[in-house]
Design a protein around this ligand. Sequence first.
Ligand code: HEM
Length: 413
Amino acid sequence: MEPRCPYTHTLDTLGTDLHGEAAHLRTHGPAARVELPGRVPAWSVTRADVARSLLADPRLAKNARRHWPDWIEGRVGPDWPLASWVAVESMFTSDGADHHRLRTLTAPSFGPRRVEALRPRVRAIVTALLDGLRATAPGETVDLHTRLSYPLPTTLICDLFGVPEEQRPEVRRVVDGVLATDATPEHAKGVLDDLFAAMARLAATKRAEPGDDMTSELLATRDAEGSRLSEHELISTLILMIGAGSETAVNLIDHAVALLLSHPRQLALIRSGGATWRDAVEETLRLEAPVMHLPLYFAAEDIDLGESVVIRAGEPVIFDFGAPGRDPGLHPDRPEEFDLTRPDKTHLAFGHGRHYCLGAALGTMEAEEALSALFDAFPGAELAVRRDELLPQESFIVNALRSLPVRLVPAAG
Ligand code: HEM
C-alpha cells in the first residue's frame, strides 16, 4: 500500500460546531481525510477554490451504483445511517444523460419566471402565518421556527406536489428523519423504508385522483407510452423534491431572522434603504449556509489536487457547502462578520456546477417574503435569548436551529 496522510478527522455527526470544524479542516490541505458515520472514509472539501473547481470537474460523479465499490459490493448498505442519500435514483444521484433527463423533468417549474409567479402564493402563506402570530399578546415569546420558518416552505412544497392534508404529518416526519445522521442500522433502514412508503402512498393517491400538481405531472410522464421515468426514479424524485423543498429554506429564514435581530444596525440599514432584504438573504447564505453537507460525490478517476493529495477512483468526497463563504481565501475582509454592505457576498450555499440547486430562486424568494413581511408586521421584534444561546439541531447535514424564541411587538395600528 502506498503511504497516505495519517490524519483522519471524524466528522461530528451532531454538528456541534459546524463552522469551527470546517475552519479546522481547511488547514489540512485541499481536501482532508474524514470519517463519516458508520466509519466510512471520505475526503472533505472546505476550501472555496477547490470546491469550485471540483464541483465543475467531470471526473467527479454522483451515482454510487456505478462509482462506489463499497456500495456496489455491499460493504455499505441500506442500514448505513446516510443510506437514504445514495439509495435514491434521482437527479441528485445521477450523472451525464440520466442526470440531464431527470433534471429536465422538474427544472422548468423552478425557473425564475415560474418562481416569480409563485410569489403571491408565498405571500398568502406568510400573511396567514403572521395573522396567527398577531393574536399573541405583545411582548410574549413565540417560537418563530415552528410558527413561521418551518411551516412556510413545508406548506408550499406540499401544495406544489399536491400532498393531501392527511398525508402531510407523515411526509414531514419521514423527511425530517433523513437528517438524523447518527442513526442505528435498524433506524436507518426504517427511515429509508418509511420514505419510500410515504411517497409511494402519495403516488398511489395521485394516480387514483390526479390533480393540478407536480406529482400528477410526474405521474403523467411516468405512465406515458415510452416513459422517460422508472417507478423507482419517480418515487426518488418525490423524495428529493419534497425533502429539498422542506428542509432548506427553513434554516435560511431562521438564521436570517436571528442575524438581523442580533445586528440591529444592519436591520436599520434595510429600513433606511441602505440595503435590501435580498442583501440580508445573500449575506445569511454566505455566513450561515442552510445545508452544510449533502452526501455524496465519488471520484470516477484518480484526481490529483496538488499538495500531495490524490483522490483515488472510487473514493467518496463530501463538500462542506457552508465553508467557502467563510473562507479567508475568498473573503479576506472580516469573513466571519455579518455585513450587508459587503460588495462581494459570494458563497457556495447552493452548490456549483451541474448539480447547482434547482430550488435556489424559490428558496431565496421564500426567505425575502418571510423577512420583509415579518419585520413590517413586528418592527419591535427581539430575540428572547442571545444568538449564541440558540440550540442547533443535531445534524451535520443541515445548519439548523431547534427553535427561534422571539418576543413580538406588533406595528402600531
Ligand atoms: C435556501 C434553500 C436551499 C439551499 C441552501 C439548497 C442547497 C442545495 C445545494 C448545496 C445543492 C447541491 C447539491 C450537490 O451538489 O450535491 C442543492 C441541490 C438541489 N436542490 Fe437545493 N437548496 C435549497 C432550496 C431548495 C428548494 C426549495 C428546492 C426544491 C424546491 C431544492 C431542490 C434541489 C434539488 C432538486 C437539487 C439537486 C439538483 C441536482 O442534483 O441536479 N433546493 N441544493
